[in-house]
Write a protein of this length. Structure first.
Length: 132
């Protein structure tokens, strides 16, 4: 299963609990969802994070879905100050092969974490799921 397919199943799985998904539309590298309670949420699927992703996640309700790879975690740390600007950004690091993921909301995480512990904390989260 590739990351895009995993994301569609993940969305359906989450909806099986709340049952508030009004629409789900696949469009290129993302999936546009509309929910009763939280409104619009765009899932952007990007296997390998690079500079091109930064402008796509600067505003709006975004769930960035990426592979749980060391390079992706390092990229997030290196660009932390760019990711924390969007209060509604969630980043999901997934391993579709073992159907596992960990999630971080940079803006919120930044408010509660000691900056000196950032790398260690993210490394611990990264290691909680097998690398994809």
């Amino acid at each position: 299963m590739n990351l895009f397919e995993w994301t569609t199943h993940y969305i359906d799985y989450l909806n099986s609990f709340k049952r508030d998904l009004l629409s789900k539309k696949e469009a290129g590298d993302h999936i546009e969802c509309e929910y009763k309670a939280k409104g619009k949420l765009d899932y952007i699927i990007c296997e390998n994070l690079d500079e091109n992703i930064i402008p796509k996640v600067q505003e709006g309700s975004i769930a960035l879905v990426t592979l749980n790879r060391k390079d992706n975690a390092k990229f997030m740390i290196a660009n932390w100050n760019k990711f924390i600007t969007n209060k509604n950004l969630k980043i999901i690091f997934a391993n579709p092969t073992v159907n596992a993921q960990w999630t971080i909301m940079p803006y919120l995480h930044n408010n509660f974490t000691d900056p000196a512990a950032l790398k260690t904390g993210i490394k611990t989260l990264f290691e909680s799921v097998a690398e994809a």
